[in-house]
Design a protein around this ligand. Structure first.
Ligand code: ATP
Length: 223
């Protein structure tokens, strides 16, 4: 599914976070949003993913107009078509890693056996196959972030949104988490929209989109 945002604006009181930003992400494409601090990268990611409503502009996911949906419609699209990875893994502390990874499939009412198989396969591929029974507090930050990547991809979403997914990791864990995210998304055909300050992470993307003063366009980027 392609994803596009057109003419997105977002204001917080007197602060203009987005000033008419436009970006299109092709199916399977990995796009890094880069730019100075406060330029609007996270705001853009939030508007594209339905975590925030733009003040004006349009977001299309395939032929679904995200910006026209009510809250229940937004939740349904996010559950089925999107996956999320944040800077700190934000796993549910009361659930084991395997239970955390299974959550998106359970919300979509997937069968129990398929869920168990898919969760085990992903944990294995991420090198944490033996940690499925542990709770988030019992694993390292890098291991928790790998589980967060598994959770974002378990339901084969159209788009994974990742806000500083390696921002809290050392360089070895950054490499592991980043390559897992990109490789697994190739398998599932998911596109990735990621916000990063790390040049190495941005280089792993198919394309970089420069956000400045709440603005970006695909034309500027392709220069
Ligand atoms: N919840 C909020 N309330 C008020 N202002 C906000 C809020 N979120 C963001 N802003 C403001 O909107 C602008 C864009 O912020 P945003 O977080 O999108 O930038 P960013 O490029 O992701 O920054 P960083 O790289 O520092 O994370 C900034 O001026 C910021 O202070």
């Amino acid at each position: 599914m392609s994803l596009s945002g057109t003419g997105l604006t977002l204001t917080y009181g007197a602060t203009v976070a987005l000033a008419g930003a436009s970006v299109t992400v092709a199916p399977g494409e990995v796009v890094a949003l880069v730019g100075p601090s406060g330029s609007g990268k996270t705001s853009l990611l939030y508007c594209l993913s339905g975590l925030a409503r733009p003040s004006s502009g349009q977001v299309l996911v395939g032929d679904i107009e995200l910006t026209a949906l009510d809250d229940a419609g937004l939740v349904a699209v996010r559950r089925e078509h999107f996956g999320f990875v944040f800077q700190f893994s934000e796993l549910v502390p009361e659930l084991t890693l395997a239970e955390n990874v299974a959550l998106p499939l359970e919300l979509l009412k997937a069968g129990r056996r398929d869920t168990r198989r898919r969760v085990a396969e992903l944990l294995e591929r991420l090198g944490i196959g033996d940690l499925g029974g542990r709770y988030p507090a019992q694993v390292s930050g890098g291991q928790a972030q790998r589980a967060a990547v598994a959770r974002a991809l378990v339901h084969r979403p159209a788009v994974v949104f990742a806000d500083e997914p390696t921002g809290s990791l050392d360089s070895a864990n950054t490499d592991t988490v980043l390559s897992a995210l990109v490789e697994l998304s190739r398998d599932t055909g998911s596109s990735i929209v990621l916000v990063t300050h790390d040049d190495k992470v941005a280089t792993a993307a198919d394309r970089r989109v420069f956000v400045r003063d709440g603005f970006c366009t695909d034309e500027v980027l392709s220069r």
